[in-house]
Design a protein around this ligand. Structure first.
Ligand code: GLN
Length: 542
């Protein structure tokens, strides 16, 4: 019998439900359970692909090419299971299915309603995911905050699932905020009480309260929450801010969450393997070295826009026994007056990040010139590869005005252009080259050395590619195409052997980095950056 855990959030948004769900998944995984995580997002978009990263943070891409909420990145990194289209449900997706069924005539004669048709579709998605992944436990996080109008059908569906599957097979975890207010920093439980009342109005009584707090709660506060919210005191789990998010599963384990959940769901008492995770956290928290990597991007004001890149750098830092400081650089600021040397002069490595549209493009190209000429270790990701090619075309091949047709449709030298199979694509949602594709690496290249293989697979999300009309010219001037699609049609990776560490990929390697399996490209970049760092320090010491 599959067990179902539902995670809801109360009081405020951005309370850390994603990390809580991912951490709980890790705790269960440590005990050998097969966990299928999923996110139920109340917004009407069919997927996150058309959303602005400024508003919504990174768009995460799964192996099967689903464009999802960034929380799926947390699930994959913490639980180390691949997510798929079934792991991400939105109001738009659910309604689309219901409306398609109505048009087919599946409900002939009936009036199609939120209850039961929409709620049945939500329940079916949850149960189906468990079946597809042969999961012991489906761990479903409901997006938004309890009290939002949009999330009501989802909450009603999970309420019904308790009736359908019984108390012993369903568990409701509510994540709330316990703030401190006033001059004496008094701990206040009222927002949590109100949020639980809101849940009860819908018919859900939470079994466990995960209470986010700046300070330890103390027994008195826990008992008060227990009394007012009708949960046993041991089910009031304090959740303090952690130095590293990867510490959270260990904190929850210490707070007894693993045992509590296991007992409540009648899971067999299994030994848990904590050693690997403890080792990872230890390395992240106590590094010997340090380096600074600049990430030149277009959406740097929202710290979540490049979430997977930031996490991949943490993983690679841990494995290199180093802390990686990230300097976020908004590429637009490099477009005019600011000399790239003033913001990149003292960093040890540079990532040019993914992105869409024309804003900030020239800034990225200016940053590229500096990186190529200064010898700073460089990793280009997706748009980053395209920027590296444009810069090389303009300044090494002498193709003045070389550009991507994404921003300059009439460029004299369109070195990056739309992929042939994309030219007729009109609708924007879910139509890019998405998901995992294979790539062949040339033996003896930097890419081959880093991956340790000539055949790799990476996830993609793009419409444009290196224009093959210019491939030979670029190669003749020293650019090495180290990775291509198996049919040789698409340039997947490039590098510059004349440079100490210069590599770019059309894919998104950041999506596949795990704390226990850092990605080779990020490992290589951080290693090269540490060399620059120690050289800089040696220079200062002299
Ligand atoms: N905008 C570029 C393209 O569509 C790059 C996409 C990206 O960086 N993910 O090809």
């Amino acid at each position: 019998m599959t067990k179902y855990i539902f995670v809801t959030g109360g009081v405020v948004s951005s309370i850390g439900k994603g990390i809580t769900s991912a951490s709980l998944g890790r705790i269960l995984r440590n005990r050998g359970w097969v966990v299928a995580p999923m996110k139920l997002d109340p917004y009407i978009n069919v997927d996150a692909g058309t959303m602005n990263p400024f508003q919504h943070g990174e768009v995460f891409v799964t192996d099967d090419g689903t464009e999802t909420d960034l929380d799926l990145g947390h699930y994959e990194r913490f639980i180390d299971v691949p997510c798929s289209s079934g792991s991400s449900i939105t109001t738009g997706k659910v309604y689309r299915k219901v409306i398609e069924a109505e048009r087919r005539g599946d409900y002939l004669g009936g009036t199609v309603q939120v209850i039961p048709h929409v709620t049945n579709e939500i329940k079916r998605s949850i149960v189906d995911l468990g079946r597809q992944q042969e999961a012991d436990i489906v761990l479903a996080e409901i997006g938004g905050t309890v009290g939002d109008i949009e999330s009501l059908p989802f909450l009603e569906a999970i309420r019904q699932m308790r009736k359908d599957f019984g108390k012993e097979n369903t568990l409701f975890i509510h994540v709330t905020l316990v703030p401190q207010v006033g001059p004496w920093h008094e701990i206040k439980t009222k927002p949590t009480q109100h949020s639980v009342i809101k849940l009860r109005e819908i018919g859900i009584s939470p079994d466990v309260l995960v209470c986010r707090s700046e300070v330890p709660l103390g027994d008195e506060v826990k008992e008060k929450i227990s009394l007012f919210c009708d949960v046993p005191p041991e089910a009031v789990v304090e959740s303090l801010n952690a130095e590293s998010i990867y510490e959270v599963p260990l904190m929850y384990e210490r707070a007894g969450l693993g045992e509590l959940v296991g007992n409540r769901l009648g899971l067999e008492d299994r030994a848990q393997n904590l050693a690997e995770w403890e080792g990872i956290v230890e390395k992240i928290k106590h590094p010997a070295g340090r380096c600074c990597i600049a990430v030149v991007g277009k959406y740097t004001q929202n710290g979540d826009s490049y979430k997977s890149i930031a996490e991949a750098l943490i993983h690679a830092g841990g494995a290199n026994d180093a802390k990686v400081d990230i300097r976020w650089i908004e590429s637009q600021t490099l477009e005019s007056t600011v000399d790239p040397a003033t913001v990149l002069g003292d960093v040890d490595g540079v990532i040019v990040a993914p992105g869409f549209g024309d804003r900030g493009i020239e800034g990225k190209i200016r940053a590229m010139s500096y990186v190529r000429e200064s010898g700073l270790p460089f990793l280009g990701i997706c748009l980053g590869l395209q920027m590296a090619v444009i810069e090389f075309a303009r300044n090494v091949c002498g193709l003045e005005g070389a550009n991507t047709t994404e921003v300059a449709s009439k460029a004299p030298y369109p070195v990056i252009s739309v992929m042939p199979d994309q030219t007729k694509v009109e609708s924007k949602g879910g139509t890019m080259r998405l998901g995992t594709y294979p790539c062949n690496l040339t033996a003896g290249t930097l890419a081959h050395g880093l991956y340790g293989s000539t055949r790799i697979e990476e996830r993609h999300r793009h419409r444009f590619e290196v224009n093959n009309d210019f491939r030979e010219l670029l190669i003749s001037k020293g650019l090495v195409v180290s990775g291509v699609s198996p049919d040789y049609r698409l340039v997947e990776m490039i590098e510059l052997p004349s440079h100490p560490f210069f590599i770019a990929t059309q894919a998104h390697p950041e999506f596949k980095s795990r704390p226990n399996r850092p990605h080779p490209l990020f490992l290589g970049l951080v290693k090269a950056a540490l060399k620059v760092g120690s050289r800089n320090k040696a220079h200062i010491a002299l």
